[in-house]
Design a protein around this ligand. Structure first.
Ligand SMILES: [Zn+2]
Length: 450
């Protein structure tokens, strides 16, 4: 009797446990979890996002994803799942054109249910609002004529129909970024490299947040320039005097003085240019300067921008390089002043350029002062036009005391002479910048899709 009672109790217990196992998932109350990533904000031609839905106990029964707009409801996903499905991950593509969606706001609604008997499955809903924008930005160039010297700089001032994610002037394959000056106004300083053909195509490119791109043309002419060639005699005396500077700093530089010179003039120069190009990307999106740039007082020009230098040793040609700045000589250890307002981005040894200070003037415009014997400023410091930065010297690859002065536009060297010239600065920069301040309407150039 006692034994039978125990067996019945055990059986009842088993039934209760089995029933619990059977019923628990069917009576649970936790809804599935729903996640989408990335959360769409603006959708252009196409966007995709990943939907992840999980339900640990009851399992998933169904998921529906819809896009809702005034014009109607568009189903992205409608699926039911067999029992035992606990995790569903789907990549959903939104192609506004093929779905027939309108420009403007759209609501994404995702609903999921599990297999619980409660409420016909515990529901979970997720909603996200985003904008459909498939139109390329319309860009109007405010500045009208752009005469650019080969090796020189230019400025384009423009407005856009919407806030741009990226824009700038393309010169051949080079992109010179545009910088916002107000909500929809932009400036882009650009350069025609000294070695670019006068036929190089130039245009304005813009991309909105949805990734729609436009290409706008503007009037320009590139004036061809002839650059000088210059013979440089590399004497034994020069090598003995200057090469130890480099050998002390790089123990890997071995060989006779001429071999060391060639490695410095080729490899070190190349590495230095790479670094200068990187440093000149450290720029702020505002114009920190005004008026013509200062040229060192009472200085004689020694070498010019884009001089094509041929190097000779004992009457034999040994190398060719292009000089990418203006060399100015005055008394030894003359004061070097900041050519215009800006922010120091570099002050230190820079290979062939010796002690160098680089000043960012904003929007990609940078000036550089090299071969200094003394530097008085540190990176991060703001400078006023005319503020002393240091003293001239002969550090780096220099035969004697002078200042090597360069100007770069978004990492490309340009002719400094233009920036010293008040007429050039007025016609090519100040008058163009003035177009933005007067709030003039754009001359509405039609955008061309790319
Ligand atoms: Zn120089």
């Amino acid at each position: 009797m006692k034994l039978r009672f125990i067996i019945v109790l055990a059986l009842l217990g088993l039934i209760a446990v089995a029933g619990g196992f059977f019923l628990y998932p069917r009576l649970e109350e936790d809804p599935p979890t729903l996640n989408i990533s990335p959360t769409p904000e603006i959708v252009g031609k196409e966007a995709s996002f990943t939907l992840l839905c999980e339900d640990r106990v009851a399992g998933l029964r169904e998921i529906r994803a819809e896009l809702i707009q005034e014009g109607g409801t568009f189903t992205l996903l409608a699926e039911t799942y067999p029992s035992g499905t606990h995790r569903v991950q789907k990549t959903l593509k939104v192609n506004p054109r093929s779905l027939g969606l309108q420009e403007g706001e759209v609501l994404l609604r995702v609903e999921a249910r599990d297999r619980s008997w409660r409420r016909g499955g515990n529901p979970k809903m997720l909603e996200a609002r985003f904008t459909i924008d498939t139109r390329p930005p319309s860009v109007g160039v405010l500045s009208r004529f752009h005469y650019i010297n080969q090796g020189g700089a230019g400025l384009v001032v423009y407005r856009a129909s919407e806030k741009l994610a990226r824009s700038g002037v393309k010169v051949g394959e080079l992109l010179f970024p545009g910088f916002p000056v107000d909500d929809r106004g932009y400036v882009s300083f650009f350069a025609v490299p000294y070695d670019a053909s006068p036929q190089t195509p130039i245009g304005l490119v813009a991309e909105d947040k949805a990734g729609n791109r436009s290409h706008t043309s503007f009037q320009y002419r590139i004036k061809p320039r002839k650059f000088r060639s210059d013979a440089i005699r590399v004497s034994g005396g020069f090598l003995r005097r200057v090469m130890p500077y480099f050998m002390e700093r790089d123990p890997g530089l071995k060989g006779n003085p001429l071999e060391v010179f060639l490695r410095v003039n080729r490899e070190l120069r190349k590495a230095n240019e790479q670094k200068i190009s990187e440093l000149s990307r450290d720029t702020v999106p505002k114009i920190m300067w005004s008026g013509p740039f200062l040229r060192m007082d009472n200085a004689k020009p020694m070498a010019r921008f884009a001089d094509h230098r041929v190097y000779f040793n004992e009457g034999r040609e040994i190398d060719r390089q292009v000089h990418l700045g203006e060399d100015l000589a005055s008394l030894a250890m003359s004061v070097v002043k900041a050519a215009n307002g800006g922010r120091v981005v570099f002050a230190g040894e820079l290979g062939i350029y010796g002690n160098t200070v680089m000043v960012d003037h904003g929007c990609g415009l940078v000036s550089m002062y090299s071969h200094l014997s003394r530097m008085d400023l540190a990176p991060g410091q703001e400078v006023q036009k005319g503020q002393p930065l240091g003293l001239t010297g002969a550090t780096g690859l220099a035969g004697g005391d002078h200042l090597h002065f360069s100007i770069l536009v978004s990492g490309v060297y340009v002719n400094p002479v233009e920036w010293w010239d008040p007429h050039w600065v007025k016609d090519n920069v100040e008058d163009k910048l003035g177009l933005l301040e007067t709030g003039q309407k754009s001359d509405s150039a039609a955008p061309v899709s790319q």
